[in-house]
Design a protein around this ligand. Sequence first.
Ligand SMILES: Cc1ncc(COP(=O)(O)O)c(C=O)c1O
Ligand SMILES: Nc1c(O)cccc1C(=O)C[C@H](N)C(=O)O
Length: 403
Amino acid sequence: MSELPLLAQKLDEADELASLRDRFVLDTASDDAAGAAGVYLDGNSLGALPAHVPDRVADVVRRQWGELRIRSWEESGWWTAPERIGDRIAPLVGAAPGQIVVGDSTSVNVFKAVVAAIRMAADGRDELLVDATTFPTDGYIAESAARLTGRTLRPVTPDEVPAALGERTAAVLLNHVDYRTGRLHDLPALTAAVHAAGALVVWDLCHSAGALPVGLDEHGVDLAVGCTYKYLNGGPGSPAYLYVRRELQDRFDSPLPGWNSHAEPFGMSPSYAPAAGALRGRVGTPDILSLLALEAALDVWDGVSVDAVRAKSLALTDFFLRCVDEYTEPGRVECVTPRRHVERGSQIALRCPDAGAVMKRLIARGVVGDFRHPDVLRFGFTPLYVGFRDVERAARVLGEELA
Ligand SMILES: Cc1ncc(COP(=O)(O)O)c(C=O)c1O
Ligand SMILES: Nc1c(O)cccc1C(=O)C[C@H](N)C(=O)O
């Protein structure tokens, strides 16, 4: 008999973050008795619902919108929500206040950040480097941004970036954690290399924010973007964010200078004058319902340290790998996520030829991960609500389905 179930129980008992799970709506032990309890390992795609969010959203709809109506732009703080919520996200990604605005999708913020970076780069720099392994939207947007600004797009892997940098480099767009393999890239070293070449760097934090320390200010990152619906649990399609380092804000020239980023939005002037600070990253009317659902969701972070989350994330992924090694016949899957902690995000990606069919069977048995084309099984570990018994069970069911 395997010792892993008992070990999982002990690890759960010793887990200081275990009680945070109660802050979320998830399947319960009574579902388990009925054989239907799910193990949710897809928080790297869509985070679970924090339990208090429905009531908060209901208040926004019924009272703020239903009763206060237009007064809510001021009285309910709607107008200032993008920067206020940006300041809530800031400590989670290592940023001081006043550098993050929330709004629009990640794709749109990639566009703003990349074009603004190119516009801030020194004259004559005509290349935009992009992570060749990136989540596709970043690549598509980078191609368009390069075309619009007359730059040449050069796709390179993150490993190739240091050698590819040079006098021609204007800006570099990179992912902190690879969406497919779960590989964590060396943000401090790559940022330093880009700066040494005289260029600007834009980091996509979709797969790292809320799962591990980012240290935007500490490492001198220029611009960063990220979504809020994964490890930040903001809900489906919740708005993304844009970080602009304080020292660059006066030079940030938005390619989407909507009226919300104007110094005097209600002056209704025909000519554009940008607001001071991170507000320049705003565009049009914010998506208030989603934005305020996100604001409520961020309450789950009260009293939670990102370092503790990172420690648990590594313990969960280590334990998952150990369970997979024990429960799965050797050679049946290949782990494409680095084993070294310094190179690992908060997901494990396993490759096998029949991954699509295997994931369907896992989901049918309540183990929810996802499949990424063409042959990757992805399992995301959100330390706020995933426990070690979940991990053991997921690996056991996986082993059975792969047998
Ligand atoms: C790295 C990365 N960038 C961007 C996105 C998505 O961007 P958007 O929120 O605009 O759909 C994702 C996933 O959805 C992603 O993994
Ligand atoms: N953003 C998504 C969506 O709107 C629908 C379905 C899935 C997603 C995703 O999260 C894709 C994702 N960024 C990924 O890492 O694969």
